[in-house]
Design a protein around this ligand. Structure first.
Ligand code: XMP
Length: 516
C-alpha cells in the first residue's frame, strides 16, 4: 500500500467483526487497513502506523496454538488498542493472566466507566450504565503490571484497561458493533485522542493520491479496462481516465444479455460527459449463437465467459501494445482473512476471466483499498450519475442465467419486459435502494391460465428480491403485498406470453441469489 498520512493498522485474529473496525475508523476520515496477525514487524514499521489495533478472535490466548502477534509491537512507541481477544493478548504479552471465565458474556452488557479520560473522554462516569456488546468466554484474571482498570461490567471486573505511562489501552467489549452505543466515541478517542490522527482521509484526497499513483505506474503505457455498466468498472474507468487520459481505452462488450437500458446510460454518460474512449462491441448474435440449445447452467456460464474473453482479446489486440488492465477489485476481495484452526485463505480475486494471464497484462486496481459504499461515494465525487452509482449488482453472464433453459431472442424479449416492470415498481415504491437486488427470472415451464374467456398455456415469471450486505448470505426481501401485487398484475397484463407470477422466498444459503 502507499503510506497514508495517518493510518491505523488492524491485526486480524479471526473475528467476524474485524472489517467493521476498519469501516468505523474510515468513517472518521482516517485511513485504516486490516492485516493478518502474522504481519512481520518490519512490514508493520514500513507502514508507519499512527496506531495499532489488536482485534478480536475466537481463540484462547493460553492455548498452545493460539494466534500470537509479535510482542515487539509494544516497543514501537505507537499507541495500541486491544479489543476482546486483542485485549487478552495484550494482557498476556505484558505479563498479566487470562483464564476461562466461569460465566461467559455474550451479547449486551452494561459498562460502568470509572475513568473518564483516554478512551472514555467525555463520557459519563460511575455509576454509569453504558450499553456495550460482549462476546467472550475467557476473561482477564490478573492485570499486567503498569495497567489500571478504567471500566467494569457485571462479569468483567476488567472490562477496560489503560497503561499508566504508555499509550496502551484495552477493552473487553466490541466498540465496532452498533449495539455498543458508545463504540464510535471510544474509537474516536483512540484515533484522535491517543493516536493524534487528523481526519484527512476523504474521497477527494483519495482521488488525488490514487491518480498520482496511477500516473506513476502507467507512465506512457497503454491501459485497457472492461466496462460492464456496473458501478465498480465505471468508477475505475473514470479514475484511470482522470490519471492518464487517452492512454486508457475501455471496451464494452454487448453480449445481448443485458437488461433494458442497463448499460446505455453509463455509456451515454462516458460519451457525453467525458473524453473517455469506449469501444462498443456489438456481439449480440455471437453470444446467442453460442448459447443456442444450451440449457445447462455451467455450460452457459462457460460459453459466455469464453466468448467475452475472446472478443475482449480481439479488440485489445487491435490497440497494439497494451501493458495494463484496470479492474475494480474491492477491499473485501483482497483482505486475507484469518480463519482460526484452519488455513488462512486469501479470498479469490475477481478478475476478468483469466485475461491478465492470457494476455500477460499487469493489473491496475485503484479500488483495492475501498469498501463498496466507499466506491459509491468515490463515484459521486468523480461526477458519475446517481443512477449509475446506485445501480443494483448485475451478474456478468447477465440475463443468460436468469432464463432457465434455452436462451433465445424471444425468451430474452419476455424477460426484459418483465424485468423493466420489476425495476420500475421497485423504484416507484422506494424499495429499489433498500434491497440488494431485485429482478425477474423466466422459468422453463408453462402453466394453464384463463384470460378473457379463453384458456392460456403460457410462461411463469419468478420474482427474486433479496436483502444482503455482501452477497455471501442473503434473505428474501419482505416486500409489501401491494407492491408484489402490482408487479404481478402488470407483468401478466403487459407481457405477452406470461400468465403467472411467483415470488421466491428462499434465503442464501441454501439457495443462491441467482437461479443458475
Ligand atoms: P449467487 O447467485 O452466487 O450470487 O448467490 C451472488 C452475487 O454475485 C452475482 N453473480 C455474479 N456476478 N459474475 C458476476 O459478475 C457472475 O458470473 C455472477 N454470478 C452471480 C449475483 O448477481 C449476486 O449479486
Amino acid at each position: 500500500m502507499s503510506v497514508h498520512n495517518d493510518n491505523i493498522i488492524i491485526l486480524d485474529f479471526g473475528s467476524q467483526t474485524t472489517q467493521l473496525i476498519a469501516r468505523r475508523i474510515r468513517e472518521q476520515k482516517v485511513y485504516s487497513e486490516i492485516h493478518p496477525y502474522t504481519l512481520s514487524l518490519d512490514k508493520l514499521k514500513g507502514m508507519e502506523p499512527s496506531g495499532i489495533i489488536l482485534a478480536g478472535g475466537p481463540a484462547s490466548v493460553y492455548d498452545d496454538d493460539a494466534p500470537i502477534s509479535d510482542q515487539s509491537i509494544f516497543e514501537l512507541g505507537v499507541p495500541v488498542l486491544g479489543i476482546c481477544y486483542g485485549a487478552q493478548l495484550m494482557m498476556q504479552q505484558m505479563g498479566g493472566r487470562v483464564e476461562q471465565a466461569k460465566k461467559r458474556e455474550f451479547g449486551k452488557a452494561e459498562l460502568n466507566i470509572t475513568y473518564t479520560a483516554g478512551l472514555f473522554a467525555g463520557m459519563e462516569t460511575a455509576p454509569s450504565r453504558h450499553q456495550v456488546w460482549m462476546s467472550h468466554g475467557d476473561r482477564i484474571e490478573e492485570v499486567a503490571p503498569g495497567f489500571v482498570v478504567t471500566a467494569d461490567s457485571n462479569h468483567s471486573p476488567y472490562a477496560a484497561l489503560r497503561h499508566e505511562e504508555k499509550p496502551f489501552v484495552a477493552v473487553q467489549f466490541h466498540p465496532e458493533v452498533a449495539h455498543t452505543l458508545i463504540g464510535t466515541d471510544v474509537l474516536r478517542n483512540f484515533i484522535f485522542g491517543l493516536c493524534n490522527c487528523e481526519p484527512t482521509w476523504t474521497m477527494h484526497s483519495f482521488i488525488e493520491s490514487t491518480v498520482a499513483d496511477i500516473k506513476a505506474k502507467a507512465g506512457s503505457d497503454k491501459v485497457i479496462c472492461a466496462l460492464s455498466g456496473g458501478v465498480d468498472s465505471s468508477v475505475v474507468a473514470a479514475m484511470v481516465h482522470r490519471a492518464i487520459g487517452d492512454q486508457l481505452t475501455c471496451i464494452y462488450v454487448n453480449n445481448g444479455l443485458m437488461r433494458t437500458g442497463e448499460s446505455e446510460s453509463v455509456l451515454r454518460f462516458f460519451r457525453e460527459k467525458t473524453d473517455l474512449q469506449v469501444i462498443d462491441v456489438h456481439a449480440e448474435s455471437y453470444f446467442l449463437d453460442q448459447l443456442a440449445g444450451i440449457a445447462d447452467p455451467e455450460e452457459k456460464r462457460k460459453r459466455i465467459g469464453y466468448g467475452f474473453i475472446k472478443i475482449f482479446e480481439e479488440e485489445a489486440g487491435k490497440l497494439g501494445e497494451v501493458k495494463y488492465l484496470a479492474q475494480g477489485t474491492l477491499y473485501p476481495d483482497v483482505i486475507e482473512s484469518v480463519v482460526f484452526r484452519g488455513k488462512a485463505p486469501i479470498k479469490s480475486h475477481h478478475n476478468v476471466g483469466g485475461l491478465p494471464e492470457r494476455m500477460k497484462l499487469e493489473l491496475i486496481e485503484p479500488l483495492r483499498e475501498l469498501f463498496k459504499d466507499e466506491v459509491r461515494e468515490l463515484g459521486l465525487e468523480l461526477g458519475l450519475p446517481e443512477e449509475a452509482i446506485y445501480r443494483q449488482p448485475f451478474p456478468g453472464p447477465g440475463l443468460g442465467i436468469r432464463i432457465m433453459g434455452d436462451v433465445t431472442e424471444e425468451r430474452l424479449h419476455i424477460l426484459r419486459q418483465a424485468d423493466v416492470i420489476v425495476l420500475d415498481e421497485m423504484k416507484h415504491s422506494g424499495w429499489y435502494r433498500k434491497v440488494w437486488q431485485s429482478f425477474a427470472v423466466l422459468l422453463p415451464i408453462q402453466t394453464v391460465g384463463v384470460m378473457g374467456d379463453g384458456r392460456t398455456y403460457e410462461n411463469v415469471i419468478a420474482i427474486r428480491s433479496v436483502d444482503s450486505r455482501d452477497a455471501m448470505t442473503a434473505d428474501w426481501s419482505q416486500l409489501p403485498y401491494d407492491l408484489l401485487g402490482r408487479i404481478s398484475t402488470r407483468i401478466v397484463n403487459e407481457v405477452r406470453g406470461v400468465n403467472r407470477v411467483v415470488y421466491d422466498i428462499s434465503s442464501k444459503p441454501p439457495s443462491t441469489i441467482e437461479w443458475e
